[in-house]
Ligand binder design. Structure first.
Ligand SMILES: [Fe+2]
Length: 178
């Protein structure tokens, strides 16, 4: 994990291009998931109520962060945006991702398809122009993702969407305590 953190710090120092950053971070995250790296047990515990976001690392200047996101089977997120770049790797379980086009005006959201991501897979979930989705934990065991974002994802203002109307509500996701 320290190697991943060092690599991400170096990547975000080297370029501001979010497409380049996410491509490089995805390569590093993929290598981590292919290794024998194991998360601390306290970072893998689901909550009965809702999926949880544990902070694995927050850059001192808040310019990027690494979250461990844990869902109990069947838990789902509302449709949400991220307002930054993001790379998601599946550590255990599986995520069904339902994507939407980022709206440029009022009205219902346009679905862009679904995909199931399995353990070991890595996906660029977000660039600032394409960052709207909902996620469902699709496995019988807890689903655990390691997510790298181009901001302190627990503290920034983000959008929640009503996909039927396009109505937006702003929220702050927060961090959970392991
Ligand atoms: Fe998300």
């Amino acid at each position: 994990m320290q190697a991943l953190l060092d690599d991400v710090a170096s990547i975000v120092d080297t370029t501001d291009d979010q497409y380049e950053i996410t491509k490089l971070v995805a390569e590093r995250l993929s290598a981590l998931l292919d290794s024998d790296y194991r998360l601390l047990p306290e970072l893998t515990r689901p909550s009965a109520d809702h999926h949880v976001n544990y902070p694995l690392h927050i850059a001192p200047d808040g310019s990027w962060s690494v979250a461990v996101v844990v869902w109990a089977p069947g838990q789902r997120t509302p449709v949400h945006g991220h307002e930054t770049w993001g790379v998601v790797g599946i550590y255990s379980g599986s995520e069904r991702e339902i994507r939407y086009a980022k709206p440029t005006g009022p009205g219902p959201l346009t679905p862009m398809g679904e995909q199931v991501w399995e353990r070991g897979q890595v996906t660029v979930c977000c660039t600032t122009d394409d960052d709207v989705h909902a996620v469902v934990a699709a496995a019988d065991e807890p689903t655990i993702g390691i997510h790298v974002y181009g901001a302190d994802i627990g503290t920034i203002e983000r959008r929640l969407y009503d996909p039927a109307t396009g109505e937006v509500r702003w929220f702050v996701g927060g961090w959970n305590t392991p």
